[in-house]
Design a binder for this molecule. Structure first.
Ligand SMILES: Cc1ncc(COP(=O)(O)O)c(C=O)c1O
Length: 362
C-alpha cells in the first residue's frame, strides 16, 4: 500500500486509521451478513441496527438530553444556512447573527431571504482574526446563530458566546463538533457537516430540541421541514447510509479514546505544541489573536507571500499535504481535527523549525 502522508486538509479531513480499516473490512460483507455496508437497504435489519447504534452513540458521546432529536440530513451545513431561517424566521421577526467569519456571513446572508437579521457582533474589521468580546441583541429575536469554530480564519469561541439564556441559541459546529465537551442543553440546535471531525462528507448531523421541530411552517417543501426527518428517523428518503455508518465508527473510536474530555485534552495538547512553536518563532506568526485561537485550524504566516509559497512547496515535498492557507488569509493553515495524529503535529513543528533554521535571513 502507498504510504499515508500527513494530511492537514480542512475537510474532508483525515479519519482514524482503525476506522478506515474496519470500514474496509465491511465493504464486502457487513459482519456476517454477506452484503457489503454500501449495498444494504436502509430499511433492512442490518442497516437499521447500524443507524440505531450511531444515533445512540451521538447521544452518549455528546451528552444529548432526552428532549432533543438527533437527525442525519443531507445538503451539508450550507443547506442548514437556509433551512434554519426557512423554519424559524418569519417576515415579521428578526434573527441575530454573531458574525465571526465567512461561514457565519453566508449563514446570515441566507437568513435575509426569510426575514430581518441583526448583526449581534462582527470581527470583519480585522479580517476575522478575533472573537468579539461583546454582543448586542435585537428585541425578542427568533434565535441567535453563531459559528463555534471559524475554519478559514483559525479562530474559535473559547466557550459559549454571551447570548442571554432566553434566546434560542443555534450553533454551526461544522469544524469543531465533538472536539471538546459541549453543553447541548444550552442550545436550541447544533448542526455540523460530518467531514471534519465526525466522518466523511455527505451527512449533516443535526441535534435539535423537540419544541423547535413543530415550530416550522407546513407549507414549505417536505424535505425542508425538520418534522419530516424527525417523524421518519431520518429515513423519509434514502439516507447517506455509508456516511452514517462511518460516523458510528468514529464515535466508537472517540469513546474508546476517553470520550469528549479525552479528545479535548489531546486536541489542547496538539494545538499547544504548534502555537508555542509559532509564538517563539522569528519567522512565523499566528494570524489569530491569542485569546481567540482555534484548536482545530492553526493559521499562520511569514508576512511574505513568496516565502509562504516556498514553505508550502517545501512542506509538500517533505510529505505534508493541505497546508496552504485559504486565500482570504493567505499563509498556512494546519487543520488538526480529532483524528489528526499528535505525531503529525510533532513532525510539522520539526519541519518548520528546520525551515526557519535554513532561512535565517528571511
Ligand atoms: C464552519 C463551517 N460551516 C459551514 C461549512 C459548509 O459546510 P458544507 O460544505 O457541509 O455545506 C463549512 C465548510 O467548511 C464550515 O467550515
Amino acid at each position: 500500500m502507498t504510504q499515508r502522508i500527513w494530511n492537514f486538509s480542512a475537510g474532508p479531513a483525515v479519519l482514524p486509521e482503525s476506522v478506515l480499516e474496519e470500514a474496509r473490512d465491511n465493504l464486502l460483507s457487513l459482519g456476517s451478513t454477506g452484503i457489503g455496508i454500501l449495498e444494504h437497504s436502509h430499511r433492512g435489519k442490518a442497516f437499521v441496527a447500524v443507524y440505531e447504534e450511531t444515533e445512540a452513540l451521538v447521544r452518549k458521546v455528546g451528552g444529548v438530553p432526552d428532549n432533543y432529536r438527533v437527525l442525519f440530513l443531507q445538503g451539508g451545513a450550507s443547506t442548514q444556512f437556509f433551512q434554519i431561517p426557512m423554519n424559524f424566521l418569519s417576515q415579521d421577526r428578526t434573527a441575530d447573527y454573531l458574525v465571526t467569519g465567512s461561514w457565519s456571513e453566508k449563514a446570515e446572508e441566507e437568513a435575509r431571504r426569510f426575514g430581518q437579521t441583526y448583526i449581534s457582533c462582527s470581527s470583519s474589521d480585522r479580517n476575522y482574526s478575533y472573537i468579539p468580546a461583546t454582543c448586542t441583541f435585537s428585541p425578542n429575536p427568533a434565535y441567535a446563530h453563531y459559528t463555534s469554530n471559524n475554519t478559514i480564519f483559525g479562530t474559535q469561541w473559547p466557550g459559549l458566546p454571551p447570548v442571554p439564556k432566553e434566546i434560542d441559541l443555534i450553533c454551526d459546529a461544522s469544524s469543531d463538533i465533538f472536539s471538546r465537551p459541549i453543553d447541548v442543553a444550552r442550545h436550541a440546535m447544533i448542526y455540523a457537516g460530518a467531514q471534519k471531525n465526525l466522518g466523511p462528507s455527505g451527512v449533516t448531523l443535526v441535534i435539535i430540541r423537540d419544541d423547535l421541530i413543530e415550530k416550522g411552517p407546513k407549507n414549505i417543501p417536505t424535505m425542508l421541514q425538520y418534522r419530516t426527518h424527525a417523524k421518519n428517523d431520518s429515513m423519509y428518503n434514502t439516507p447517506p447510509t455509508f456516511a452514517i455508518y462511518l460516523v458510528g465508527l468514529v464515535l466508537k473510536w472517540i469513546e474508546r479514546d476517553g470520550g469528549l474530555s479525552g479528545i479535548a485534552e489531546r486536541n489542547q495538547r496538539k494545538a499547544a505544541k504548534l502555537y508555542s512553536f509559532l509564538d517563539q518563532s522569528k519567522l512565523f506568526k499566528p494570524t489569530a489573536d491569542a485569546n481567540s485561537r482555534s484548536l482545530m485550524n492553526v493559521t499562520f504566516v511569514t508576512g511574505n507571500a513568496d516565502l509562504d509559497a516556498k514553505v508550502c512547496s517545501a512542506a509538500s515535498k517533505a510529505g505534508f499535504d493541505g497546508l496552504k492557507g485559504h486565500r482570504s488569509v493567505g499563509g498556512m493553515r494546519a487543520s488538526i481535527y480529532n483524528a489528526f495524529p499528535e505525531a503529525g503535529v510533532d513532525a510539522l513543528v520539526e519541519f518548520l523549525k528546520n525551515f526557519e533554521a535554513a532561512n535565517p535571513s528571511a
